[in-house]
Design a protein around this ligand. Structure first.
Ligand code: MG
Ligand code: MG
Length: 259
């Protein structure tokens, strides 16, 4: 399994893409209010990406041929939607949790990040789901360092979530990222025999998109008839947070934090 390692200069280029992703997510945070449609959020994101001289990585994924593939700029996944929700006429309501995932390319290098926005009065148990998922991402970032294997980090993420009763989504995982959005390796948020057989050596210059997805109920998910939108099988809420991170000499550097 070929995992490419990025130079200092290449990581700086990825940070430029990461800055645009961060700006888009922050803009979405400001405009995601009750009454707004997911399409309005998506259109504003597209304008911002273009104004920053970047290119969105989701529309027409995976072929990037016009009229094919994913039909929107962002993935917007509301409540029971886990990932890959398609913007449309859905109106955001008070109490919704809105997952926003954004990937862009700048000068041939990619950045990918996601957050789950809590709109208005979110039920305490759903708020805790979001906060826990964000914490699981932070836990991963704090524990990445050269010499470790990813399974050690994944085990921490999985046990933190499962000890608190959340479902850790198995069907979707993080990924290597660089010149392309999806590179080797697959980066699961849980430990499997497959991961232990093909563990990821965390070496300086490895760049990963780490993206825990936690469900309030079952970890099981299904894809709707639109071919994209992934929802929880029990239709209980889900949360998703993601950062693009580079392994450095002494830990991890977050490339999508706006710095
Ligand atoms: Mg993403
Ligand atoms: Mg990703």
């Amino acid at each position: 399994m070929a995992i490419t390692r990025k130079s200092r200069e290449e990581i700086q280029k990825m940070r430029a893409a990461g800055r645009v992703v961060h700006a888009v997510l922050e803009h979405c945070r400001r405009i995601c209010k009750p009454g707004v449609t997911t399409r309005q959020i998506d259109e504003e994101a597209e304008s911002l990406i273009q104004a920053r001289g970047a290119r969105g990585l989701f529309r027409n994924y995976p072929t990037y041929r016009p009229g094919e593939g994913f039909p929107a700029t962002l993935c917007i996944s509301v409540n029971e939607e886990v990932v890959h929700g398609i913007a449309g006429d859905r109106v955001i309501r008070d109490g919704d949790v809105v997952g926003i995932d954004c990937g862009v390319e700048v000068d041939g290098w990619c950045g990918d990040a996601a957050t789950t926005l809590m709109v208005g009065e979110v039920k305490p148990q759903v708020r805790l789901l979001c906060e826990t998922t964000q914490h699981v991402l932070e836990l991963a970032i704090e524990n990445v360092r050269p010499g470790r294997k990813w399974s050690q980090v994944a085990r921490l993420m999985q046990s933190y979530a499962e000890q608190r009763g959340y479902g850790v989504v198995r069907d979707f995982v993080g990924h290597g990222i660089g010149r392309r959005m999806h590179e080797e390796p697959k980066v699961p948020n849980f430990v499997s025999r497959d991961l232990l057989r093909n563990d990821i050596e965390l070496r300086e210059g490895v760049v990963l998109a780490v993206e825990p997805m936690l469900n309030l109920g079952t970890e099981k998910v299904e894809t709707l008839d639109d071919g994209w939108t992934v929802v929880t099988l029990d239709r209980k809420p889900s949360a998703h947070y993601e950062h693009t991170i580079a392994v450095t000499a002494d830990g991890a550097e977050v490339l999508t934090n706006g710095r």
